[in-house]
Design a protein around this ligand. Sequence first.
Ligand code: M6R
Length: 569
Amino acid sequence: MCGIIGYIGYRNKKEVAIKGLKSLEYRGYDSAGIGFINDKVYVFKKVGRVDELKDVVNNINATLVIGHTRWATHGGVTEENAHPQTDCSNNIMVVHNGTIENVDELRLRLKNHKFNSETDTELIAHLLEEELKETEPLKALELTLNQLKGSYALVIGIKGVNKLLFAKQDSPLHIGLGKKEFFLASDIAAFVEYTRKFVPLMDGDYGYVSLEGYKIFNKGKEVKRDVLEINWEIKEVEKGGYPHFMLKEINEQVDVVGNALAVNTSNIEEMISNAGSIHIVAAGTSYHAGYLLKLLLEKYKGIESDIVIASEYIFTKRPNKDTVVIAISQSGETADTLQAIKFAKRRGARIVGITNVMGSSLTYLSDEYAIMNAGLEVGVAATKTFTSQVAIAFKIVFGGRVNKEKIKQTLTSSLNIDIASLAKKCINYDKMFFLGRGLSYPIAMEGALKFKELTYKHAEAYPGGELKHGPLSLMDEDAFVFAFMPEDETFAKMIYSVEEVKARGAFVAAASPGNVDKVDALLKVNKEEMPYQLFSFIPLLQLLAYRTSVLLGNDPDKPRNLAKSITVE
Ligand code: M6R
């Protein structure tokens, strides 16, 4: 979701900007733009891919450059609405991630200005233009920020000022530290090729980078922030011989799961044991990992918790000082999840974060956190990070007793199961149902999410026992049912569910270590004790979605309408 790159230094500006934007593509976007400053401001924009933008950008000899991939929020997908946005005199260029809420009020204040787009971002350029009439750039930025309500990561260039200005509020922004060169980016992937040292900015931070260095301010005072080191390799931004990042990342699960299990979770375990109440909050795939954590805590430790969809949290929960909120987010930047924990913090709750991104907002908002160390996940669909989240859930529940080798072997054996013919079958169906019960229900939920995300087909997950309460009316020859059937106490009941849907004409596939003779296709997974058996299902649901998406001609790495990191509510 929107990406920013800014650069000041000695390298070729067009090259740094294009490469930066390419590495941000995975976040999702619909248009892109680049702006340079030397004797004047030069802006180039294009609806579509960065590769198309590259062809229309002149190689301007400039001191600084900014670039942006836009995911439309205010205003349609047009060249005018793409960033950088400029002021009336074309002296200021602005790239922005986030949403400004008091747009109408600001437009009234700027009624003498000429607007060229429908964006909230353009207002920022005009506000700054006003303030610059009275004061110097940094103060003008501060005065501009004071007028904004909403979220923003901003990078700004001003003609005649050899600095890039920046500001951050509820949207990620990092400074990349090179030698006599500095980067500003919403994601460290945009500068990992040039430097591994970076500073994650905090909410309320603003300042500048120049050829001489950088300065950060917050509430009018200069502040120092931590310098961190990137903990993954540049090769992770490459496909490494695989046709898609998603397939590469599915195959990496076996290795990265060990990194997640190496994390020390003892402080988290202690917080959970002493909590008055436990709320688990997350979105999408992370929600499914959270659901599993909830079930594991209850089943194996007798600890009760509530699992809540992050965007629903503020409407449904009333945390207090005895509450521990466990927030799970691959990116650590999902706005819904951050909003939930900020709300919980205001009410005195303590926060545990589980994330893949060191230096993400979630790490700074958490009292304790666990980093998955799964490496960069480029595919929009979460795969290896889901497995890592589940592994951390196992670690929290079973501590040092968790059996790493068992998890790795279980994943490896399932990765070898051929899913191609089942994927071929799937392309003929438009009604997909994923069934599970007990611990395998969150797995079924993840199966349905992955499938709909990548194939654009309707897919739903149900606990088998729920079928008779409505969904059975949908079962006929046009329905495809995928059942997850571990040999636990749910097995016999799942057999019954399978018979129920089969009797109504549905095509039924099952993944199970047991003998399920009533189904049309059986993916026989290796026998494993519960809850380890769950790991045998994960690669199957991912590969089914991946293979079907490829057969349908979709791009599994960049499913339509979706973005990797959802930094707006
Ligand atoms: O970064 P997060 O884990 O907080 O992201 C949450 C969801 O947006 C994410 O899991 C999404 O559902 C994935 N695209 C699923 O594959």
